[in-house]
Each structure stands twice: as C-alpha cells, then as structure tokens.
Design a protein around this ligand. Structure first.
Ligand SMILES: [Zn+2]
Length: 452
C-alpha cells in the first residue's frame, strides 16, 4: 500500500486465539464434508496382508474412491503436515489455553496419549530394523506424491510400485493416519461443543462494511479472497460483514470462480474449496479436472472449438492466453473484485476507512449490481502460480486503484468513481479493458493499428 498507510494495531492475543479457533473449525468441517462423501462411496479403507511360504508376503490396500480419498488427504494435510499452523500438536497446545477446568485438561492429556499411539500407525511395521511410523509416512508420501510436481511424483510412484509390499504398507499407513486423526478431531469438536468451551468472546462493534448495518447477525469471519483461489491468511474479523451480505456475496463469488479467467487458472493452482473438492471447470468443449494437487485431466467433446490455450514455458510453468467467450460477464468479475478491494481497504486501513462515503457507490455496485462509473482491466496473459495477492494505492485525492494477482490472473479496478482507470496504448495491448458504466461492456480497442 502507499506510504501514507496508518499502522493498524497488531491483533491482541484474544483476537489471535479467535482466528485460530475459527481456522480449526473451518478446516475440520471441510474435512468432515469430504469424509461424508467418502462414506457414501462403495467399499472401505482396507488393508490385507497375506503370507505365503513360496511366494513371500503380499500386501494390498483398498480405498473407496481414489479421487475422494486424495481430497480427504489434502483436507487433512492442514492438520498433519508439521509446517502447517494447524498442525495437530500445535492445535492441542493452543486448545489448552481455552479453559483451566481440570476435567478439560485431563481430556486433552488423554487425547495426546491417543494421538501418540496413532502416530505410530495402526499396526507395527519394522523395516530395515526401523519402525515405520504413520506420521513420518504421511509427510513422506505427501511431499513426494501429493504435493510434488508431476514428474517427481511419477518417479516416486514407480519406485513404490517396484516394491509393492512397502508401497502398499505405506499407503495403508497413510490413509489410516488420516482417518485416525480425523476421528480424534471429531472427538475434540464434540467435547468443546458439549461443554461450551470456546475462546473468550471479543467485544467488537458490529458494523457491516458492505451494507453499513449495525443490526442483525454477524456470525462469521469473512475471507477477503474466495477460498478456492485463496490466500488463507487474509480475513476480516467477525463483526465486519453481516450474515445477509455474506450469503449474498458468496453466491456472487461462486459465479466469479466459475467464470474466465479464474475458472482456468484455478485448475492449475487452486486448492480445495469450501466443500473440500479439488477444482474442475467445464467449458463448451472441454472438461478439466484436477485429480490430485499435481495432476489434471482434460476431456474434450467432439467438435471442440477454442479454449484458453496453455503453453509450457522452457523455464518451467505455464503461460495461458485468454480468449473471451460470449458468456463472459465483466460485471460479475468486477463486483467480486470490488468486494475484495473493499475488504483490503478494511484490513489495511481499518474499518472506518472502508466505511467512508467515498466507497458508497462501490458498496451499491457490489450488493445490487448495475453499473459503476470506472473501468476494469483484465490482463490477457496469465502465468498460473499458487499465489493470490492484492496490492493497492489508497489515496483520497487520487482515487483508489487496486491490483489483483489471483493464481496468476491479473486485474486492475478503480474502487472510487473518480478518477478513471487510465487507458493507453500499452494497457490496451496487454489487457481487455471494460467501461463498467455500460450494460454490456465490450473490450475497448486501441486507436493505433499495429503492423507486426
Ligand atoms: Zn451487510
């Protein structure tokens, strides 16, 4: 943000605890949704070990549905990977702060003992005189398969296939560990609910930055960037967005993430959304689906015309060239970007700033649609990456311009009616620019013809 930025007070310990607790529950419910989907599939997680004197041992494992099982592992990785803030050990330490009640503290000690057993695995496996532990196996397979790039993952999977006993043992430990820790988390959530244990309630004024209401329900924290393309650290605290607006906006966000260019870049780098599903996108002629964090399938329909083309770059990564189709509605894109923009004004400059009348036209546009007297620029080229970030210049006299880079797709908006987003030859060359004061904005064209 610009140099006039006023420092916002760092969150207090109670605020940090509130946010941590929110993250915990949010990620648990996401994993629970995948777990429920998994339970509906035929078959069970199972593991079979056969010993035969002549042929040696044979181990096989079975998962109900490979795709959903992977989504479950991705959801659970928030609790199981050591570098995650929600890592189960860190989680249990933080939960100790919620109450000094002896029964509760004893409960946590029991949970910890149970967890230590679970980390060792559902069955003892000694390999090369070393015990194979479930927690180590989870980290090993996650970093070498689930979150590795596809080439490294393929090599590693080949290695595992050449040694099927070890491979199948490891996958059994891997999924067994996900399930066991999930069960422990369910027990914790039940206990906390039954005994009404929660972080201290923070006395915070309710004032919605979108509709300005101070009444009604304010029950949740708001993600500044939609979750499925998200930056999981950018939040508006409870009290900043009313439940009504939250519901209205989340419908709009659905349309946004399912429309170009986000629908395309999220296939490459988006993560599991609210329901824990990996991203997929249907275009008129092709269906793209992320089948694990490192693999995508493409299914073409007969008579396919054009889709956004991805080119592999020599230095690694991809470049996408965007061509817009007729179903494309710039107002949907713009309204969600405006929502994120106002959110970033609130997190960076404080809620009072976001409530300033200069942003009233933006509020009206976000909630009710229609027109907005400024422009939207969507860059034609994106370099898909796993980063989503927002940068802006917030200035009373020179307008509020916000730059977005969402998984590599880039946009600029002007959050105030004036001044207008400047257009020049260079911008028109690189971006589709739309006048948002029109009903059906068409991309603007440059005035000078090019010869190359
Ligand atoms: Zn509201």
């Amino acid at each position: 943000m610009d140099e006039k930025k006023q420092p916002i007070e760092a969150p207090s310990q109670d605020e940090q605890l509130e946010l941590f607790f929110y993250h915990f529950k949010h990620n648990f419910y996401r994993a629970e949704q995948v777990y429920k989907r998994l339970s509906k599939k035929k078959g069970n997680f199972s593991f079979k070990l056969e010993l035969n004197k002549e042929k040696g041992g044979k181990v096989s494992y079975n998962v109900p549905d490979e795709q959903t099982a992977k989504e479950f592992a991705v959801s659970m990785s928030r609790f199981l990977l050591p570098d995650s803030s929600l890592n189960i050990d860190n989680l249990l330490r933080t939960l100790q702060q919620l109450s000094t009640d002896t029964e509760y503290q004893d409960f946590l000690i029991n949970v910890n003992q149970c967890l230590n057993k679970v980390k060792e695995g559902q069955f003892p496996v000694i390999m090369n005189n070393k015990q194979l532990r479930a927690d180590d196996v989870f980290v090993e397979l996650s970093s070498n398969v689930l979150f590795a790039n596809d080439i490294d993952a393929a090599k590693y999977l080949d290695k595992l296939r050449n040694d099927p006993i070890t491979g199948n043992l490891k996958w059994s430990l891997y999924y067994g560990y996900c399930l066991d820790v999930f069960k422990i988390l369910s027990i914790i959530i039940d206990y906390l609910e039954k005994h009404d244990i929660h972080p201290p309630r923070i006395d915070r004024k309710n004032h919605c930055i979108f509709c300005k209401t101070t009444d009604g329900n304010f029950s949740s924290v708001e993600h500044v960037i939609p979750e499925s393309i998200g930056n999981e650290t950018l939040f508006l605290p409870r009290g900043y967005v009313c439940d009504n607006c939250n519901t209205r906006i989340s419908k709009l966000e659905q349309d946004f993430v399912n429309s170009l260019p986000i629908s395309m870049v999220k296939i490459f780098f988006g993560s599991v959304g609210k329901k824990g599903k990996l991203p997929s996108a249907k275009f008129s002629n092709v269906h793209l689906q992320r089948i694990s964090p490192n693999a995508i399938t493409m299914r073409y329909h007969v008579g396919a015309k054009s889709i956004p083309k991805a080119t592999e770059l020599p230095e690694g990564g991809y470049k996408l060239k965007l061509s817009l189709t007729t179903q494309f509605n710039p107002h949907i894109i713009a309204r969600v970007l405006f929502k994120m923009g106002l959110g970033i004004v609130a997190t960076d400059r404080g809620r009072e700033e976001a409530l300033h009348p200069r942003y009233d036209p933006a509020r009206e546009y976000i909630l009710n649609g229609g027109h907005f007297p400024n422009r939207l620029a969507i860059f034609k080229e994106s370099h898909p990456s796993n980063v989503s970030k927002i940068e802006g210049a917030i200035n009373n006299k020179e307008g509020t311009f916000i730059h977005f880079e969402l998984l590599g797709a880039r946009f600029i908006i002007g959050l105030e009616p004036n001044p207008k987003n400047m257009i020049n030859e260079q911008l028109l060359d690189q971006a589709y620019v739309f006048d948002l004061w029109k009903d059906k904005p068409e991309p603007l064209h440059g005035s000078v013809k090019r010869t190359s």
